[in-house]
Design a protein. Structure first.
Length: 210
């Protein structure tokens, strides 16, 4: 088998106003009659202002870097694995590569400065995005996708590169209101036991979609 490299390119306050306290004797105000011969003025309806999302800084913080580097604990701190990481404008990426296991593990901490909802993630993890994430493979096929009650998502792929088949499990974690963590494990299809071992160690609440 061969040594392969993998690259990952990635790419909602209403102000409440209090009403004045009513006086002891309510006064009914009648509208003044319009001057004779004049047209009554149309009422002007004021549209409420749209609420603007409260956004934070786009750049990752030191806490983001520490979170990404420590997320997997010591699972990949063995001689088989080599770790690298990068900090970009809106994310922190950590990768582990093993030449002996012919495998790669990739974590990305994504910053959503204005927050996100489930529908945003549905749109984010689309075919175009997968073509970017898995663009280094000759072909790939989405075998299954699922999520649990906590919103943890799992996507399972089968990919081919230079005649070799790889099993891929890709988790997406709603970590905070403005942070999403993604974690991808790529192993040869001949290593199902190792895949199960890593999946259980990382995400015991959702190891597979079976």
């Amino acid at each position: 088998m061969k040594k392969f490299l993998f690259s990952f390119v990635i790419i909602f306050l209403l102000a409440a106003c209090g009403s004045p306290a009513p006086s002891d004797t309510p006064t009914l105000l009648q509208p003044s009659p319009a001057p004779e011969g004049s047209e009554p003025e149309a009422e002007t309806l004021l549209e409420p202002e749209s609420a603007e999302p409260v956004c934070i800084a786009l750049e990752p913080t030191q806490a983001d870097i520490d979170r990404a580097l420590n997320f997997a604990g010591k699972l990949f701190e063995t001689p088989d694995w080599e770790r690298t990481y990068t900090v970009s404008e809106d994310s922190v990426s950590v990768s582990w590569y093993s030449e002996n296991l012919i495998s790669i593990v990739f974590l990305e901490a994504l910053v959503f400065p204005c927050g996100y909802e489930d529908l945003d993630l549905d749109a984010f993890f689309n075919l175009e995005n997968w073509q970017i994430i898995l663009g280094n493979y000759q072909s790939f096929q989405l075998e299954a996708e699922c999520r649990n009650d906590s919103g943890l998502r799992l996507y399972e792929f089968l990919a081919v590169d230079q005649g070799y088949e790889y099993a891929i499990r890709y988790w997406a974690v709603s970590d905070t209101d403005t942070r999403v963590l993604t974690f991808m494990v790529v192993l040869p299809v001949e290593s199902p036991d190792l895949m199960e071992e890593y999946a259980y160690a990382l995400f015991p609440q959702l190891t597979s979609c079976e």
